[in-house]
Ligand binder design. Structure first.
Ligand code: ZN
Length: 243
């Protein structure tokens, strides 16, 4: 837990981008508003909560004792917090400038970070095959990377070739995890956040990630499938227990 007292109305720090493992913070309300149905939302100065986006689910979290759902507000760019319906009076008592305690459920946070990082790693293995990223989904139970083969990639129509490719992907993933490659983030010249796995992968990303690949457990890579001209590689991962 960290204590932060600074408050600037209308602005927001994205704590979830700075530290995946920070699970609670004392901060303050920086903005309030109403959604189209009249429901109240709040935004906090130091935002702990990852909103759904970039193929990653939202964090589960609370503001004071009220469970909230974080959503990226298109108009302001802020992550705004909506009380879930079963939370009673919700956020009605809070207004701008009020101190408030925010916390997340660490279980989903760590799982999402593990799945997201494993997704980058599987993507790196796929790029090494000469395939081009077309889409990704890091949700639990449905995590997959979709890619397009090069124009000369007709050999993937053969099941045996697909199985050989899957084995190469698994070997790539195993080797990178055995090396415990670091996972880092920095900002490029245009201010975009770039996430890197050692020197095998770099991609613009606003998600949460583990510290290094030794944080990953039980990474599995499915068979390589071909659907409507797209390559699909499903995967699973877990986070190793924290001490
Ligand atoms: Zn990412």
């Amino acid at each position: 837990m960290v204590q932060l007292n600074e408050c600037r109305t209308g602005s927001q720090d994205a704590l979830y981008l700075e530290d995946t493992y920070l699970t609670d913070v004392h901060t303050s309300v920086t903005a309030t508003g109403r959604d189209e149905t009249g429901g109240k939302w709040l935004a906090v100065r130091h935002n702990l909560f990852h909103p759904q986006g970039g193929g990653q689910p939202a964090d589960r979290g609370w503001l004071a004792d009220c469970e909230i759902v974080p959503v990226r507000d298109a108009a302001t760019g802020l992550v705004v917090l909506h009380p879930i319906e079963s939370s009673g009076t919700g956020l009605d008592d809070l207004s701008e400038g009020d101190p408030v305690h925010a916390r997340i459920d660490p279980g989903p946070r760590l799982l999402h970070a593990a799945l997201h990082t494993a997704g980058h790693l599987v993507e790196a293995a796929c790029r090494a095959e000469g395939w081009t990223l077309a889409g990704s989904n890091h949700f639990p139970g449905q995590s997959r990377i979709e890619l397009t083969p090069p124009a000369t990639g007709a050999q993937l129509a053969d099941a045996g070739e697909r199985e050989k490719a899957a084995d190469r992907l698994r070997a790539f993933v195993r080797a990178a995890i055995a090396e415990d490659l670091p996972v880092t983030a920095d900002h490029d010249g245009d201010g975009h956040r770039v996430v890197r796995i050692g020197d095998v992968h770099a991609a613009p990303c606003g998600g949460t990630h583990v510290r290094s690949l030794a944080d990953l457990l039980q990474v599995t890579v499915s068979a390589v499938k071909l659907k409507k001209g797209r390559i699909r590689v499903s995967y699973t991962a877990a986070h190793r227990p924290l001490r």
